[in-house]
Ligand binder design. Structure first.
Ligand SMILES: [Zn+2]
Length: 521
């Protein structure tokens, strides 16, 4: 590395004929403030411990309301900087959607990723097959882990920027801080100290459209030869969603190579890092609540499912199944009603294309959302492609007005368009949609523990209900009724309905009698 530095210095002297650009000056000032290029280059390994808290804004109780506290984690990590290999050991205590602890490890290399242990309720087929549980990372997850690793190892990032000045390009100031752009990341600098203050990427979020994803660096301390930001916060459009603090940090400790190794048979079948449109926000934030399905398709497990399909569950009622999240489509005399718009506009584009083929000439006139959570609404834009009315439970209208007005120029599945003409209907108690032949579809706002304004769907002629998240029809019921299940029973009772079956936003269909039996205990 010393020779590399000498070469670089010679190059820098030559370029002095024209003078370094403003961007190059910012980078070299920051490298100096961190402790200098040689000090950074001398760091071969990193060993650390830290504590972290995370919050998820789009799983709130009230639409647009306070973020949900998601988890608190103890983290132990190690990295071989030159070899580009890291290991992170997690003890992650979740508060949401249910209290539980996942203890697992992640190994990230340049061309493969590996997860040891259970890190999600949405385990993929590879994880379920392995004993003890483990799986290779999807290309999406690997690319995301690598990007966040590059962002977090800010001293190495700045050194790379110093050595690749031709790739350092101008960027607009962020909050009065001068900034530069480099390989998809924007680094803003503290004008006083010269230290990096913020590392931004311009991401796409399924709910909020174009978003800023910022790592905010603070509490700088001298650790060995360089300065380190001991506190790191992540901001999503200015709201703190992650707060991390180092409790211990050492450089150049000997690392146990065995703990950094991915078994050869796993490595052989592992995905390479994804390129192009990586759904970074989905990959990162589903892990906040421990529900990430590690797959190279965000809708379904590519190693466990042939993909999405329509299943007719009653005359003129179809269930979108095969993925982690479902919709229900009710065919009316001359239009369609769809319940839930899960995951992404990519999933919704599949649904729209499929219903156009199956029900030609019938536009999607009503898009009914059971509730506002990101995983059941992330495909709402594409679902409104026919200009249908959006139906939400009170008090979600104001939230969805803002969501539909948000810029969405980075949407990988849908070209930018205006949703200004979309009508949003807010249901306070119940609503009925009737067609010219008298078929009815109804929705009822539920008193429930999951989300304010949550609705249940009801197709009277099929004696079929539709419910998301508080009951997953199909899998075995728990031993005792819980508040979510009781909310379904109470809504049915209050409305005077006599359901035979329920279909779910997750799962499949199940007899309603199974639930009443449980509730009657
Ligand atoms: Zn939910």
């Amino acid at each position: 590395m010393k020779r590399l530095l000498a070469l670089f210095c010679a190059f820098a002297l030559l370029s002095c004929a024209t003078g370094p650009s403003k961007e190059q000056q910012l980078v070299s000032k920051a490298v100096g403030a961190l402790g200098g290029a040689q000090a950074i280059a001398d760091i071969r390994t990193i060993s650390y411990k830290g504590n972290q808290k995370q919050w998820e804004p789009e799983q709130s109780d009230v639409p647009g309301g306070e973020m949900r506290f998601a988890n608190e984690a103890q983290i132990e990590g190690m990295a071989d900087v030159q070899a580009r290999v890291s290991r992170t050991d997690w003890v992650k205590n979740f508060a949401y959607p249910a209290p539980r602890t996942f203890t697992y490890s992640e190994i990230v290399t340049a061309d493969a990723g590996y997860v040891i242990g259970v890190d999600s309720n949405g385990r993929n087929a590879e994880s379920m097959k392995a004993n003890p549980p483990a799986h290779s990372m999807s290309g999406y997850r690997l690319a995301t882990s690598q990007r966040e690793g590059r962002r977090g190892n800010i001293s190495s990032l700045l050194l790379a920027m110093l050595f690749n000045p031709e790739q350092v390009t101008p960027a607009a100031d962020i909050q009065g801080h001068p900034a530069v752009s480099y390989q998809g990341l924007i680094v803003a600098f503290d004008p006083q100290t010269g230290l990096p203050a913020r590392v931004r990427s311009l991401d796409y979020d399924n709910v909020w459209g174009d978003v800023n994803w910022d790592l905010v660096l603070s509490d700088w301390k001298q650790v060995g030869p360089i300065k380190v930001a001991m506190n790191r916060k992540v901001e999503l459009n200015g709201r703190v969603v992650t707060d991390f603090t180092f409790t211990d940090l050492k450089f150049n400790q000997a690392l146990d190579a065995k703990r950094l190794a991915i078994p050869p048979e796993v490595r052989a079948g592992a995905a390479k890092p994804a390129t192009g449109n990586v759904p970074y926000q989905w990959v990162i934030r589903r892990q906040y609540i421990g529900t990430y399905l590690d797959s190279d398709n965000v809708s379904y497990d590519t190693k466990g499912s042939p993909g999405l399909r329509l299943q007719e569950i009653a005359p003129g009622v179809n269930h979108v199944v095969g993925g982690s999240h479902n919709s229900m489509i009710v065919e009316m005399s001359d239009f369609l009603v769809i319940f839930d718009a899960p995951v992404t506009d990519g999933q919704s584009a599949w649904v729209m294309k499929t219903v156009k083929e199956k029900f030609p000439g019938k536009p999607v006139r009503w898009v009914v959302l059971t509730h506002h959570h990101m995983d059941h609404t992330g495909g709402v834009r594409a679902m409104l492609g026919d200009g249908g009315t959006l139906v939400v439970g009170a008090p979600a209208r104001a939230h969805f007005q803002k969501v539909l007005a948000a810029p969405m120029t980075r949407n990988p599945d849908l070209s930018p368009r205006s949703f200004a003409a979309i009508q949003i209907m807010e249901v306070t108690q119940s609503h009925v949609i009737t067609d010219s032949r008298g078929r009815q579809v109804m929705m009822y706002v539920m008193d429930n523990p999951h989300a304010k304004g949550m609705m249940m769907g009801w197709v009277p002629d099929a004696k079929l209900g539709y419910v998301t998240d508080i009951w997953t029809p199909g899998p075995p019921l728990p031993a005792k009724p819980n508040p979510g299940l009781m909310a379904v029973v109470n809504t049915v009772k209050a409305a005077g309905l006599q359901p035979e079956r329920f279909a779910g936003g997750h799962g499949a269909t199940a007899d309603y009698a199974s639930l009443t039996r449980l509730a009657g205990q």
